[in-house]
Ligand binder design. Structure first.
Ligand SMILES: NC(=O)c1ccc[n+]([C@@H]2O[C@H](COP(=O)([O-])OP(=O)(O)OC[C@H]3O[C@@H](n4cnc5c(N)ncnc54)[C@H](OP(=O)(O)O)[C@@H]3O)[C@@H](O)[C@H]2O)c1
Length: 321
């Protein structure tokens, strides 16, 4: 059991267990990008950040019309919210590149990037525009590439953060299947989801290591929402719909670890936050348990190199490479 990227348990620096929106510092003047902010955890995160004064860009898959409805819904709760919608598709690397070009050209800087969007366990193996297994592409590689392309904008911030969403699924026997990374030989929806979420966690930790080594000045933090009532869970079969009545916590609660990671002055780079109750499905905020596999620096480096090749987005090289 461990609490942060280094693998050693940390007693100090625990977040306040009942940390909530009232504890969130003012976000006046901060610029935040939330992927997948049209529903679920991303929507709740975007809404809370906008209500606290941040300028929030929601980048998601929905139509421009639905995007406008989402902005209107946020403004209903927070009339002064500065929110904008950008349509893009994580399953299309060119679309992520175009989004980054638009933002690099129009934003003065980016203070927080929240890599939140995701899909879970499509029963049939789907492929992205770039020919990659869909969960790998959307949950992980699209964010890997987007973060690289937004690095110049993040580095214009005084205190940039990148928050990446993982899952307790990354603990349940998850592995990076280098021998069949795209599940071409034997597609298992659950294994592919677990791989993608483990990859997200490894990415968050490796990004912190690379930022430290190269002086990018980032705080890279991972979070997970326990099990929360969102489209991702509710649309995912009878079991989850049934369990949902009893287990799933409200999405607004599931967003708290992400909001802590994005805003709390004490949130640490290289850490992983989530609920700490039974099986980490809900409960007080704290350090999440890091699966052993996510602390393997050699596998992380290998995954990073493969990801640079697959996405065509080489990060600036660090002295140690
Ligand atoms: N809910 C949980 O219990 C749970 C547990 C563990 C981890 N998570 C993680 O939490 C994150 C948020 O999930 P959620 O539960 O809030 O699910 P959700 O309500 O289904 O939201 C997913 C969001 O991702 C966006 N999205 C999906 N495919 C996309 C694509 N190709 N390009 C761009 N955006 C895309 C969706 O956009 P549109 O609606 O605009 O299409 C939506 O806004 C995910 O990373 C998920 O793995 C959730």
């Amino acid at each position: 059991m461990s609490a942060c990227a280094g693998g050693s348990p940390i007693a100090q620096g625990q977040p306040k267990p009942d940390w909530g929106l009232a504890d969130m510092p003012s976000q006046d003047g901060r610029i935040v990008l939330v992927t997948g902010g049209t529903s679920g955890i991303g929507y709740e995160s975007a809404k809370a950040l906008a209500a606290a004064g941040a300028r929030v860009v929601i980048a998601s898959h929905s139509s421009l019309e639905r995007g406008e409805d989402v902005l209107a819904s946020i403004r209903q709760d927070a009339p002064n919210a500065q929110v904008q919608y950008e349509k893009f598709d994580l399953a299309d690397l060119a679309s992520g590149r175009a989004l980054a070009e638009r933002l690099n050209a129009t934003l003065p800087r980016l203070d927080v990037l929240i890599n939140n969007a995701g899909i879970m366990e499509p029963p049939e193996r789907g492929v992205s525009k770039d020919g990659l297994e869909m969960q790998f592409a959307v949950n992980y590689l699209g964010h890997f590439a987007l973060t690289e392309r937004l690095l110049p904008l993040l580095r214009k911030s005084d205190a940039p953060r990148v928050v990446t969403l993982s899952s307790i699924a990354a603990r349940r026997g998850a592995a990076i299947h280098f021998e069949d990374l795209q599940f071409e030989q034997d597609y298992d929806p659950g294994d592919a989801y677990r791989q993608s979420k483990l990859a997200c966690l490894m990415f968050a930790f490796e990004l912190q290591r690379r930022s430290d080594a190269s002086g990018w000045g980032l705080r890279s933090i991972a979070s997970h929402p326990g099990v929360s009532r969102t489209n991702l869970q509710v649309n995912n079969g009878v079991v989850r719909r049934t369990l949902g009545r009893f287990i799933l916590q409200p999405a607004a609660r599931g967003a708290l670890p992400t909001l802590y990671a994005a805003t709390a002055p004490d949130a640490r780079g290289g850490s992983y936050y989530g609920p700490t109750g039974v099986m980490e499905m809900r409960g007080p905020l704290g350090f999440a348990r890091v699966p052993e596999a996510a602390t393997d620096a050699r596998t992380s480096t290998r995954l990073w190199r493969v990801s640079e090749q697959l996405s065509g987005t080489p990060y600036p090289s660090r002295a140690a490479d």
